[in-house]
Ligand binder design. Structure first.
Ligand code: HMG
Ligand code: MG
Length: 309
């Protein structure tokens, strides 16, 4: 008798965190195909776009058109970033399944990213969470700079714990901890979870890793050992934050899933189909697949038994 394997959930953030950082604007048709092909892979959660100010992130100005155009698959949650009530109204008008509000554990980053102090951002999100929940929409709360800030350096877990508490008090459904600039070490992941243990357990958290220093997979392995069961990834390692200097791509979903499968967990994602999506978007933006910590090696390793679980 086969014992069912423990499950790890993934949210694919490439269409949002990946494409928000591209210098050229990707066409609506390309985005539609990208999101639809991701949904074919078995991923059940896709962060499609952002309802932020198009002056701040012109790359995602077509958010409504994209969410209206994609053919949605049953069982897939299509979500978007929302910075304020104006963003929520736009997101609800096109029927998102979930929203993500976003603040940080660093004052300097919060100011540069959303033009607010941390306290102002939480106050701004209060009606957003209330109205989203009233509309039956799930809410994720991102805490960026959970390990380090591009302007302030090392961030202490006490700052992460404090903003996490504020977001939980607003009623968010989950907290997503972001290593926004991709500099964490596995030891810092342990310190982070130990430092916030009375407020957020590893099991209840989502971990959002960037891979600037090439340690994201080591951090993910450490997080799995601590009990984290929800991660974000971006196919082909696309990504970054336009308001976080030095931040490079997110951890590549292909490599993350390859790691998770090798460690004996199930994800429900077909690596072959995921790699098709990764190859498609890489070619569409003119980048060799494999350049930025991408998935070809993971795709090859995934041929055969580990291709689909
Ligand atoms: P502001 O300039 O202070 O806002 O920006 P405002 O209220 O003064 O509005 C300015 C203009 O923007 C107005 O238009 C508003 O109507 C418009 P105007 O009158 O000048 O024509 N506006 C909007 N338009 C459409 N949709 C909206 C909206 N809101 C205002 N929702 C604001 C404040 C929050 C809007 C701005 O700072 C913003 O949009 N920031 C978003 C920045 C962003 O998207 N950063 C990247 C995502 S965060 C990230 O990547 C980290 C993450 O991946 C996790 C991790 O890695 O740690 C999530
Ligand atoms: Mg990010």
């Amino acid at each position: 008798m086969t014992v069912p394997r423990a499950f790890v959930s993934l949210t694919e953030v490439g269409p949002r965190d990946g494409l928000q950082n591209e210098k050229t604007i990707v066409s609506l048709e390309t985005k539609i195909h990208f999101v639809e092909s991701l949904a074919q892979s078995g991923l059940t959660s896709i962060e499609v776009t952002s309802f932020v100010s198009p002056k701040w992130v012109p790359q995602l100005a077509d958010a409504e058109a994209l969410l209206r155009a994609i053919k949605r698959q049953a069982g897939v949650s299509y979500s978007a970033l929302v910075p304020n009530e104006q963003g929520l109204a736009r997101a609800l008008a096109v029927g998102v399944d979930a929203i993500a509000i976003f603040t940080a554990a660093s004052e300097s980053f919060t100011k540069r990213n959303i033009n607010a102090t941390i306290a102002e951002s939480v106050a701004r999100f209060s009606p957003v969470v209330r109205d989203a929940k009233a509309a039956g929409v799930r809410v994720r709360g991102y805490v960026s700079c959970a390990v380090a800030c591009p302007f302030e350096g090392k961030v202490h877990a006490s700052a992460v714990r404090s903003v996490t508490r504020m977001l939980l008090d607003l009623g968010v459904d989950e907290i997503d901890l972001g290593d926004t600039i991709g500099v964490a070490t596995p030891a810092e992941i342990t310190q982070l979870y130990e430092g916030i243990a009375d407020t957020l357990t590893p099991q209840a958290s989502v971990l959002h890793l960037h891979n600037t220093n090439g340690r994201a997979l080591d951090c993910a392995a450490q997080a799995l050992a601590l009990g984290v069961r929800k991660f974000d990834g971006s196919v082909a390692g696309l990504g970054g934050c336009p308001y976080a200097p030095g931040a490079s791509g997110n951890v590549a979903t292909e490599q993350l899933i390859d790691l998770i499968h090798r460690l004996g967990y199930a994800t429900g994602v077909s690596m072959d189909q995921l790699c098709d999506a990764g190859r498609f978007i890489s070619s569409a933006i003119g980048r060799p697949y494999g350049e930025a910590h991408a998935g070809d090696a993971s795709c090859q390793r995934a041929d055969g038994t580990s291709a689909s679980v």
